[in-house]
Design a protein around this ligand. Structure first.
Ligand SMILES: [Zn+2]
Ligand SMILES: [Zn+2]
Length: 169
């Protein structure tokens, strides 16, 4: 599959390059130029952006999947914050780097990759996995993110494979 990375607001180019490299196992990856954060997604009271506003702003992008990346803090309906959000079986995933710890911390990049793969997994039709080691496990906090691996477990990999094959990769 072809994955298009789309930064919303300034994102460290090193992190974007790192993601491009690390997501290659899933398909071809390229990056769009930086776009402004969508004003309609801003919630003044919360001081956060609604995650789906990034999905909407990704509609014009080419590629089988679009991964929006931002340093802005995101929330979603019923959740005070999210590390990321995605549309199940649709093209759109988004991740926020806001709560993944200090950028120069030893685990930051690994967390970014895990959250990116997790959200892309949703777009491949995967639901949350109770297995705490699988990347599709729902992380409520960073400890849970750190405890899980960056890969799909056997069961999730097999399910994702069906969609990946349909996309021709
Ligand atoms: Zn999830
Ligand atoms: Zn799994």
């Amino acid at each position: 599959m072809r994955i298009r990375i789309k930064p919303f607001g300034p994102v460290d180019p090193d992190v974007l390059d790192f993601l491009r490299t690390e997501l290659r196992d899933l398909g071809e990856v390229d990056a769009a130029p930086e776009a402004p954060l969508p004003a309609e997604g801003w919630n003044q009271k919360k001081g956060q952006y609604h995650a789906t506003s990034l999905h909407r702003e990704s509609r014009e992008e080419p590629g089988d999947r679009v991964l929006a990346v931002t340093i802005a803090d995101l929330y979603s309906d019923g959740l005070n914050f999210v590390f990321g959000a995605a549309t199940i079986y649709d093209r759109y995933a988004a991740i926020s780097l806001a709560r993944l710890g200090p950028r120069d911390g030893p685990r930051f990049r690994e967390r970014v990759v895990k959250e990116a793969i997790h959200e892309l997994g949703h777009t491949l039709g995967l639901d949350h996995d109770p297995d705490p080691r699988c990347v599709m496990h729902f992380s409520m906090n960073l400890a849970a993110t750190d405890a899980k691996g960056r890969g799909f477990c056997k069961r999730c990999a097999a399910a994702a494979e069906i969609t990946l094959r349909r996309l021709g990769t």
